[in-house]
Write a protein that binds this ligand. Structure first.
Ligand SMILES: Cc1cc2nc3c(=O)[nH]c(=O)nc-3n(C[C@H](O)[C@H](O)[C@H](O)COP(=O)(O)O)c2cc1C
Length: 167
C-alpha cells in the first residue's frame, strides 16, 4: 500500500486493547520554577538512548507541570519502590495549591535543583533536548544529567496497581 492510498478506519477497540498491553512503571516527575515545586505521577516513561542517556516522557498538554517543563527545560524522574502505591495516588489527585502534594513526601533538591523524594529508590534529573507537540500530551526527550541512587529494590509497576493509563 502506498502513502496515497486511503487507510481503513482505525479499529479503536483493538487499538485500546493493544496499547494497554505496553508495560509501564509508575514514577513521580518533579519540576521546579523559582520557588515553586510541583510533581505528578507519570507512567508514560521510557529510556530513549544509551549515549547520551535519554529518557522519553509524555506529559498532559493541559497540566500545570507541562508549562513548568516547557519554561524551565528540566525535570526529575523519581523511581518509586514497589510498596509506594499510596504515594503515587497522592501525586495524581487534584491538589489545593502547586506543590501541596509534597506535604506527603519529604524531598531534597538534586544537583540540578529538582525534587528528589526521600521515599524514592532514587531519581534522575534531565535537561529537555527535544519535544513533540502533537496531540493531548507533549512528548519530552530529556538528557539525564544526574542520577541519585538512595537504595536499590523492586520498582512500582503499573500492572500491579489496578490503575489504567493508556489505550
Ligand atoms: C496511573 C496514572 C498514570 C499517569 N501517567 C501520566 C503520564 O504519564 N503523563 C501525564 O502527563 N499524566 C499522567 N497521569 C496524570 C497526572 O498524574 C495528573 O494529570 C496530575 O494531576 C497532573 O498534575 P499537574 O497538573 O499538577 O502537573 C497519570 C495518572 C495516573 C492515575
Amino acid at each position: 500500500m502506498t502513502a496515497s492510498q486511503s487507510l481503513p478506519p482505525l479499529d479503536t477497540a483493538a487499538k485500546k486493547t493493544l496499547l494497554r498491553k505496553i508495560p509501564h512503571g509508575v514514577f513521580i516527575c518533579g519540576v521546579r520554577e523559582g520557588d515553586e515545586v510541583n510533581g505528578f505521577t507519570a507512567s508514560w516513561v521510557t529510556q530513549g538512548s544509551f549515549e547520551p542517556p535519554l529518557v522519553v516522557m509524555a506529559v498532559r498538554a493541559d497540566s500545570t507541570s507541562n508549562g513548568m517543563i516547557q519554561r524551565t527545560e528540566r525535570f526529575s524522574l523519581n523511581v518509586l519502590p514497589a510498596d509506594q502505591k499510596d504515594l503515587a495516588a497522592v501525586f495524581f489527585k487534584p491538589q489545593k495549591g502547586i506543590g501541596g502534594r509534597f506535604d506527603a513526601a519529604p524531598y531534597q533538591l538534586g544537583p540540578l535543583g529538582l525534587p528528589v523524594l526521600e521515599a524514592a529508590l532514587g531519581a534522575v534529573e534531565c535537561v529537555v533536548v527535544g519535544q513533540v507537540n502533537h496531540g493531548d500530551h507533549t512528548v519530552f526527550v530529556g538528557e539525564v544529567k544526574s542520577a541519585t541512587l538512595q537504595r536499590d529494590g523492586a520498582a512500582l509497576e503499573l500492572a500491579g496497581t489496578g490503575w489504567q493509563y493508556g489505550g
